[in-house]
Design a protein around this ligand. Structure first.
Ligand code: ZN
Ligand code: ZN
Length: 446
């Protein structure tokens, strides 16, 4: 009998090794000899074969195990599911396979009370994070818990996935979570520093990119943690000087993504990417001014100047924006069809700062015809035929550019050029864009 036991123990060990290294033949041979091996787990952590396959990204073996009706939500010693291990190790194909097999995304481990979403955010596997969020839309969790609640699910210490991503310096995950409705000012009320917001944890982690993302989504620089500290003080304490400069309440406030606007929430991927890029560029310009003269230089200098020149290269067929005369029209207002560059569109939407308490924002209207903006889409590049009607396009736009730079060269310290350009918009006049509302009519409109 003792011999039988040790034989079984070595088979068991052999199975786990074969699963780990993806030796399908060996796995199948062992299971054929003793199908009951499937129920076995490792001695200490109590990992099942499915856990080991998921953690090591052995997709073939994982699929085979699932086909043999292994429970996708089998638990190890720490009540971790194979899905959590796949999210932890960034094994995206295994994660997707488990989701397809109906793995439950709303299980909590016994270590920190974390879900698979926490794991993906903590370890910074943005593709896994995205896959779980996509699955959450259609899973029973959306019906029982609601998607918004799932995105903001808390671990045992009150941390949401956004808190963990911010703390662990995972800007991509921070972005995806915010984009999916993560609450930017959520307070832990317990995590390490009780009552910390994601901004407090980003200040501690020291990731400028995370701080940029959070500020662009309206994170509050003045919110205090349970020790009464604002994020600025946390950054100072952890000697994250550049972060502290941005978090200093006396430094210029960044532009905030106008998420309360209906047409902003309904943007298609392409238009959204353009506007988000414009937002980050505009905020980088502000950062340059904030960090100028301090000991901190930007980790990644802005390339916005080069980008501008590319956009209005001589050969460009897209029209020059009639508001700033600097950038090409990339955004079209619907239903009227008027076009602007992404920067000016953003300036228009951010002209009124959203009220954080009511999340209400007066929607802007089209600056050219004052019609209601129903949608923003990416402007189609004009064809050769259309361009014909703009004879002398290049030379006239050059002229305007020169005139513009004369008009605005001493416009003050505002780093967001489009905003300052808006004020003198009426003086320059539009081109091929129909009737233009007089500046006084709309610029300071409540
Ligand atoms: Zn413009
Ligand atoms: Zn219009």
């Amino acid at each position: 009998m003792g011999q039988g036991l040790s034989c079984r123990a070595s088979d068991e060990h052999g199975l786990f090794i074969a699963v780990q290294f993806g030796d399908m033949e060996a796995v199948e041979a062992l299971l054929e000899r003793d199908p009951a091996l499937l129920q076995h787990t490792t001695v200490y952590d109590r990992h099942s074969a499915l856990h080991i396959a998921a953690a090591n990204g052995q997709i073939e073996i994982l699929s085979m195990l699932l086909e043999r009706s292994v429970n996708p939500d089998v638990l190890n010693r720490h009540k971790q599911t194979p899905l959590m291990l796949a999210a932890m190790h960034g094994k995206i194909s295994c994660l997707q396979k488990l989701l397809e097999a109906g793995a439950n995304i709303l299980m909590f481990d016994s270590l920190h009370g974390r879900t698979c979403l926490h794991y993906a955010a903590y370890y910074g596997h943005s593709n896994c994070l995205q896959a779980i969020l996509s699955a959450a839309h259609s899973s029973p969790v959306a019906a029982s818990w609601g998607f918004a609640r799932f995105v903001n699910v808390r671990d045992g210490k009150g941390a949401t996935p956004l808190h963990l991503a911010a703390r662990q310096r995972r800007p991509e995950c921070v972005h995806i979570l915010l984009d999916n409705g993560a609450l930017v000012c959520a307070s832990t009320g317990g995590y390490g520093f009780p009552g910390s917001t994601p901004l407090h944890l980003a200040a501690r982690g020291g990731s400028l990119d995370c701080i940029r993302e959070l500020l662009a989504w309206g994170a509050d620089r003045l919110q205090r943690d349970s020790s009464g500290r604002i994020p600025y003080m946390v950054a100072l304490k952890h000697k994250n000087g550049a972060c502290a400069a941005l978090l200093n309440p006396s430094s210029v406030e960044p532009i905030v993504w106008p998420s309360p606007l209906k047409f902003i929430s309904e943007l298609n991927q392409e238009a959204k990417a353009l506007l988000e890029h414009a937002l980050m560029e505009a905020n980088r310009e502000r950062e340059k001014n904030i960090l100028k003269g301090t000991a901190y230089s930007l980790a990644s200098p802005s390339h916005s100047d080069a980008g501008v020149d590319d956009n209005v290269s001589e050969g460009s067929e897209s029209e020059l924006c009639c508001i700033c005369f600097e950038q090409a029209c990339t955004i079209e207002v619907q239903d009227c069809g008027h076009q602007m560059c992404a920067q000016c569109t953003l300036a228009l939407c951010c002209h009124k700062k959203p009220n954080p308490t009511t999340a209400c924002l007066t929607p802007p209207v089209c600056p050219f015809c004052r019609s209601t903006i129903a949608r923003l889409v990416v402007a189609k590049i004009k064809s050769e035929d259309d361009a014909d009607q703009d004879v002398g396009d290049v030379s006239s736009s050059k002229l305007r550019k020169i005139r513009r730079s004369r008009n605005f060269s001493n416009e003050g310290s505002s780093s967001f050029k489009s905003l300052s350009a808006v004020g003198s918009f009426g003086k320059i006049g539009g081109r091929g864009s129909g009737r233009i509302a007089a500046e006084s009519e709309w610029v300071d409109k409540p």
